[in-house]
Design a protein around this ligand. Structure first.
Ligand SMILES: Cc1cc2nc3c(=O)[nH]c(=O)nc-3n(C[C@H](O)[C@H](O)[C@H](O)COP(=O)(O)O)c2cc1C
Length: 501
């Protein structure tokens, strides 16, 4: 007994001595490190804060970094963050998981705010059994292979490169399940886009990735190969993108893997920066020539993607179209909002260049009506239309279809970590690091993509039925109202008519 007790107390005494020595050494090391940092900070000349507040000033960077991650969980209110607040994101997350998307108690939204859009419910809503499917429409009635679809809500261009392989795979499979199209973005067509067998809109950016020769000109052979794919339904010539009008795509070298370089036709590991304009398109006539050539060569509908800035351009462009005849018009215009998303763009362009969709969409639709081209040129639009009320607004104003990028990123699990321009996206969506991609399980996320798309259509249909329209395509400007003050609102029909007078 005594022997055991002796052993026990000896053991604990030795442990206590070791621990107290370890503690003294650790404290010593800490003090020593602090002294070293103190001397470094006080003598360096680059950082004011560290020079004035040695050692402690270093914590500023640490807390700033932590803020990026934690402010959305602890400090921001539901309707506060940018670009998307928690309420907007949560709707997408719930829709994607196909879980209950009802809310308790009452709205947390400030509905009296000027500029807010509300919908005008009818006295007698459309009964569920009276509801109809959205009518199909034709894109490119004059080309050899017109595209007929009733899809209202589709996946906007995000290049393979800006987003990862599993992200492209999940989007492709999800789009096929939901029955919507997926735009490739400007990075070319990969096998991953084709994997789900969904409808594809092939985008040609200013660098013509995927259809370019060694000199950066069109490669007819590559273009023919793309056009021959039955999944490719339309061609979208990208003039500009809302987040960076007048600037080409930017893919940092760290994201240019050998596979991406092969698909795009560029060098591995080097920054992939497309020209800030199509070199072969410098005016409206050249644009219409290029559209005609692409349509003739591919046999498919050809449209343009742009963001509106100088509104006089639109007038001139439509006048050129009318002069040539409606047959020569672009088959669609994809109108992007100035506050659209991007993998990477300069903040200056992102924040302050181009018109937002709330101004440009009614303008475009009205100009098309004025020129008698409303039925000929289909209007697709994009820009923060991630919740049903946003999409319903665009349909009321006159859009034929809506494209969405970041909403679908949320459906893939995006947490708005704002790291798309690095290779460090924590959700595997915009990184090519296999360790980070591991979490993005394609089969599961494809289901979520499809759920998001389907629940979007379901809820805009609910808005339509409440307004007395049998399906979302029948929504019109009379169905929505703009709030002018807490005690007044005006129908969009009257609002835009007054504005144009
Ligand atoms: C990661 C990322 C990559 C994108 N890549 C492209 C692209 O290659 N081509 C393009 O026209 N737009 C690109 N966009 C812009 C989107 O297609 C879309 O126009 C814009 O984000 C607005 O839609 P949203 O608000 O629904 O995201 C990209 C956007 C994101 C977020």
């Amino acid at each position: 007994m005594n022997g055991t007790a002796g052993f026990g107390s000896g053991f604990f005494a030795t442990m206590a001595t070791i621990l107290s020595h370890a503690f003294i050494i650790a404290v010593g090391c800490l003090v020593l490190t602090a002294i070293v940092f103190y001397v470094i900070d006080i003598t360096q000349t680059q950082h004011t804060i560290r020079r004035n507040y040695p050692v402690i000033g270093r914590f500023r960077y640490f807390f700033e970094k932590l803020g990026e991650f934690f402010r959305q969980y602890f400090f921001s209110m539901d309707r506060e963050e940018m670009p998307f607040n928690r309420a907007q994101r949560s709707w997408v997350y719930r829709a994607s998981k196909n879980i209950d998307n009802t809310q308790p108690f009452g709205s947390t939204r400030d509905n009296d705010r000027e500029g807010h859009v509300i919908f005008a419910n009818a006295a007698f809503a459309v009964l569920d059994e009276e509801a109809t499917e959205p009518e199909a429409i034709v894109y490119g009635p004059y080309c050899r292979q017109p595209y007929v679809t009733n899809s209202l809500f589709n996946i906007s261009g995000m290049s393979y490169g800006a987003i990862s392989k599993p992200a492209v795979q999940a989007l492709s499979r999800g789009a096929a399940k939901a029955g919507c199209w997926m735009c490739t973005g400007e990075g070319g067509l990969s096998d991953y886009h084709l994997e789900g067998n969904c409808d594809i809109v092939f985008q040609i950016g200013t660098a013509k990735y995927g259809v370019r020769d060694a000199e950066g000109q069109y490669s007819e052979e590559k273009l023919r190969a793309v056009a021959n794919r039955p999944q490719v339904k339309m061609i979208e010539l990208k003039l500009a993108q809302g987040a960076k009008p007048g600037k080409g795509g930017i893919l940092p070298g760290v994201k240019v893997t050998p596979e991406i370089a092969r698909i795009r036709g560029i060098a591995v590991g080097e920054d992939s920066i497309s020209p800030n304009r199509h070199r072969d398109i410098g005016n409206n006539e050249e644009l219409l020539d290029r559209i005609a050539w692409l349509r003739e060569f591919t046999g498919k509908p050809v449209g343009i993607k742009t963001v509106l800035g100088d509104e006089r351009w639109l007038e001139g462009f439509l006048a050129s179209v009318t002069a040539r005849g409606a047959v020569h018009a672009p088959d669609f215009i994809t109108l992007d909002s100035a506050d659209g998303g991007t993998g990477a763009a300069p903040m200056t362009l992102m924040d302050d260049v181009g018109l937002g969709l709330h101004e440009s969409l009614p303008l475009l639709v009205d100009k098309l009506v004025e020129h008698g081209l409303r039925e000929r040129i289909r209007v697709i639009c994009s820009g923060k239309l991630i919740n049903p009320t946003d999409v319903a607004w665009a349909l009321c104003v006159g859009a034929d279809a809506i494209n969405n990028a970041r909403g679908f990123m949320f459906s893939l699990g995006c947490i708005q970590a704002l790291q798309c321009n690095k290779n460090t996206c924590p959700t595997g969506i915009t990184t090519h690091d296999p360790k980070l991609q591991r979490g993005l399980v394609t089969s599961d996320k494809a289901e979520r993509v499809a759920n998001y798309q389907k629940n979007m259509i379901k809820e805009i249909s609910i808005i339509a039925h409440s307004c007395g329209a049998k399906n979302p395509r029948q929504l019109s400007r009379e169905h929505a109202r703009m709030v002018l003050s807490p005690s007044s609102s005006i129908s969009l029909q009257d609002y835009y008519r007054r504005r144009s007078q």
